[in-house]
Write a protein of this length. Structure first.
Length: 85
């Protein structure tokens, strides 16, 4: 069914529509900003992956700390006096 979904003339048609919509003057700026965004995304993904591999003990300690913090009893707040109309 989708065996020949993207033929060369489909890609040409998409390119023409993009040029008409954005104009030839804005295309280099758009491509440049898209490239910067992709570089930032890649570097952030690498950093997150490195953080995940480097410090699995830190996440275990953090979860233990949050579990003990939630188990602490809380002091009840002082009751507020009723409001008279």
């Amino acid at each position: 069914m989708l065996r020949n979904a993207l033929e060369p003339w489909h890609l040409l048609l998409v390119a023409i529509v993009v040029v008409v919509l954005f104009g030839s003057k804005k295309l280099p700026d758009t491509a440049r900003s898209l490239g910067k965004s992709m570089r930032i995304l890649k570097s952030e993904a690498k950093a997150m992956k490195a953080d995940g591999e480097a410090a699995p003990e830190a996440t275990v300690l953090r979860t233990e700390q949050t579990e003990t913090a939630t188990e602490r009893p809380t002091t009840p707040a002082e009751p507020t006096p009723p409001v008279k109309p």
